[in-house]
Design a protein around this ligand. Sequence first.
Ligand code: RFL
Ligand code: PHB
Length: 397
Amino acid sequence: MSTDVIRTQVAIIGAGPAGLLLGRLLALQGIDAVILENRSREYVEARIRAGVLEHPAVDLLTEAGVGDRLHAEGLRHDGIYLQWPGERHRIDFPKLCGRSVWVYGQTEVVKDLIDARLEAGLPLLFDISDTAIHDVETDRPRVTFTDADGVARTLEADFVAGCDGFHGVSRPTIPDHLRTTWERVYPFAWLGILAEVAPSTDELIYAWHPDGFALHSMRSTTRSRLYVQVDPSEKVEDWSDDRVWEALATRMALPGWSLQSGPVIEKSITPMRSFVSAPMRHGRLLLAGDAAHIVPPTGAKGLNLAAADVKVLFEALDSFYRTGSTALLDAYSDTALHRVWRATHFSWWMTSMLHPATGPGADPFDHQLQLSQLKYVTSSEAASASLAENYTGMPFA
Ligand code: RFL
Ligand code: PHB
């Protein structure tokens, strides 16, 4: 095996939304980067995850020149519905905070960013393995890896951006004694389906029900994305399509409204956790996105938070290359964590309000508190404005 050495300014690990967007913003400023991804292009483009983009994330993608398809095919939503048995209430975003959200799949964001990078002829290496990060406490960090042809390679850089998600190698590169982590594992999970059927609703429905939470989302005018709260120990095999549709219909039932079912093309169970690791920088290694934090999906914040980290990180790197100043890089972790904790609180709050304990653990007192909170948030303008400004995304600082 031969060793090939490549030199770049920023080594980016991970071609998820964080790594790809960082690569795009750097390229627009003429800053070199190499993106390393251990999965195939097909796998990364097909991984079904987030579906809601908050206003500042849409602005950022648009400014980065990758918003054309998002604006042509994405669905702008001006509100969401909150529901509990017998009642469905709309939260009107523009009226409450002047902003909206866009329904546009993470798969599509990733495809747009990959297309832009490959069209520009910039390096993006798929199917790599053995990623290892070295010397981040010096100003010549390196990443070693094996490329798709089995060749051992070294990437020398000024900085390493750890955008490799929750299970990546970047976060564990920071010594344990220098990191603090905070974690909450929730006692429930989401079973999600993607279905070939037109959505039965114009905007997302978040439904509280004594059997458990349900969410009606969508990907397009012909594809629906729906979730039901399940016990984390449950197996996908135990949930036939009919059982999922029945649970959804029961939990979202409303007089005069019905749920259209259709062929299920994907089904999976996602555990729910909140997780934050700080600091987000160690020497010349900078973490962004899920590599540093995880939120439960109820607030639709994970992808948006990755985009927000990347904006702060990009500005810090750009300032360094233009002026030589490390001030913004030194402030990166604190600046990013400010938004991370806001989103962590919002996601925890939405999750706590909407997921009842079920079965033997069900506590009628907790149920009443959840219902009271839902009634308050849908009837008080102050409370619904707070939900609206958090859901649509606080403006970037
Ligand atoms: P990603 O997307 O996990 O990308 C990390 C990339 O790094 C690669 N990688 C490596 N590459 C090289 N060497 C290694 N050693 C590597 N290890 C890993 C991985 O293959 C991958 O390509 O992280 P990133 O970029 O930080 O993006 C974060 C988002 O993907 C995530 O926060 C969201 O999907 C979360 N999320 C949602 N976020 C929203 O904003 N709105 C939503 O509506 C929303 N819904 C969701 C969600 C996540 C879900 N799941 C499945 C976790 C719904 C669900 C069900
Ligand atoms: C989705 O469409 O996948 C989705 C939407 C809203 C959420 C979570 C996931 O809160």
